[in-house]
Design a protein. Structure first.
Length: 395
């Protein structure tokens, strides 16, 4: 599965080994590009004269491209290995910000946005598969910290984006972001673990799994990500419109959520190595249920914000553990299990928030956050499936 000598795995390991650094830089680059896209959205809409509804359709096209690409990427990963696929996907993804910036017709924009979403997703599935390969080589968890690098990249991209657009214009921003992302890739590619399939694995028939196990783990990812998308998209509106919080403070709910989630992801691998995937998932589910209930039921704003922060601590490691479990299923190529899990999981972020917005018009957001906590009760009950995340403990 890898060309790394077995002797290497028995040596004392640095915290940031070359393989771990290589895949972490992929997550950083992918998150940076998604963060860089966020401040470009108003400029993109203004240039093409898009209404809010038309912009919503554009974002839906991005989601459709992502969802369609994920299962196909799983097949490519199983056939060619995640290393080759992630390199190809990243190189094709690299010029996308420049293309989005220079496109000047709606129909061309539809095509570019579709491939932007598809290549983002292809890179996402394959870099998660490569992370699983590194975990197998190094016999320790790294998935949570890789996702933390994605969050860090998103914060970096969003933070620099608005400043650069104002300072050097949209095209200058796109070029600068592309150069920086290219540097991440140049540093990453030579350090990636090689996982090209060989022998029986190479000739294994590739098809969507017919057993329930990967689909159940996909449900864990789906139920983990729906509340994450809800907090991301609706927490500020909840605090401002329903609770009357000043707009200057309304973003603190999401800020607390994102800060605690990113921080805990950097610590999540150590926790999982000590406690195992099952126990860690149960603790995460309990924390998230408590946090979401506080967000929906607490009587004062500070406690609501604390609730969002506690929910962030809980949600932080749910998806990384589910992805590691999906990539370690016995008798199944990692890319296939991961493609099922990522497709189901990301549909929770891409599709569910719009449905939540519709429901909130009739119920308000407080009952929704309370109701979303029930999803993580189900995650708690499905936690035994996370034993597959602990590769060294799976028979």
């Amino acid at each position: 599965m890898t060309d790394t000598p077995l002797a290497e795995t028995s040596r004392p390991r640095r915290y940031m080994s070359p393989h771990r650094l290589g895949v972490s830089l992929l997550f950083l680059m992918n998150g940076f590009y998604m963060g860089s896209w966020a401040p470009k959205i108003p400029v993109f809409a203004e240039k093409l004269g898009l209404s809010e509804g038309e912009l919503g359709l554009m974002i839906l096209v991005f989601g459709v491209g992502s969802i369609l690409a994920m299962p196909m990427t799983g097949i490519f990963n199983a056939r060619f290995g995640s290393t080759s696929v992630v390199r190809a996907a990243a190189l094709m993804f690299l010029p996308s910000l420049i293309l989005i910036t220079v496109v000047n017709s709606i129909w061309l924009a539809v095509i570019v946005i579709f491939f932007f979403g598809g290549l983002m997703a292809a890179m996402d599935v394959s870099m998660n598969a490569n992370t699983v390969a590194v975990e197998k080589v190094e016999h320790r968890a790294i998935m949570s910290s890789c996702h933390a690098f994605w969050s860090l990249g998103g914060l970096l991209g969003a933070g620099l984006g608005g400043f650069l657009i104002s300072a050097i214009g949209p095209l200058g921003h796109a070029i600068a972001a592309t150069v920086l992302a290219g540097i991440f890739l140049v540093a990453s590619f030579p350090r990636l673990v090689a996982d090209t399939p060989d022998g029986e694995e190479k000739h294994q028939k590739i098809r969507l799994p017919m057993t329930p196990l990967p689909w159940l783990i996909g449900v864990v990812a789906l139920f983990s990500m729906i509340p994450e998308g809800a907090v991301t998209d609706w927490s500020a509106l909840y605090l401002h419109d329903e609770l009357g919080i000043d707009i200057a403070w309304a973003g603190f709910g999401y800020a607390a959520f994102q800060l605690s989630m990113t921080t805990m992801r950097f610590a999540g691998d150590l926790v999982r190595d000590r406690l195992g995937g099952v126990t860690t998932m149960r603790i995460c589910a309990v924390l998230s249920v408590i946090g979401l209930l506080l967000a929906g039921l607490a009587p004062t704003t500070p406690i609501i914000i604390i609730g969002f922060a506690i929910a962030g601590l809980g949600i932080s490691n749910m998806v990384p553990i589910a992805f590691s479990a999906a990539g370690n299923l016995p008798g199944m190529a990692p890319g296939i299990g991961l493609s099922v899990t990522t497709t189901l999981g990301y549909s929770g972020i891409l599709v569910a928030p719009s449905a939540i917005g519709f429901l909130a018009e009739h119920t308000g957001f407080a009952p929704i956050f309370v109701g979303l906590s029930l999803l993580h009760v189900i995650v708690f009950l499905l936690a035994p499936l996370m034993r597959y995340a602990d590769r060294d403990k799976v028979g």
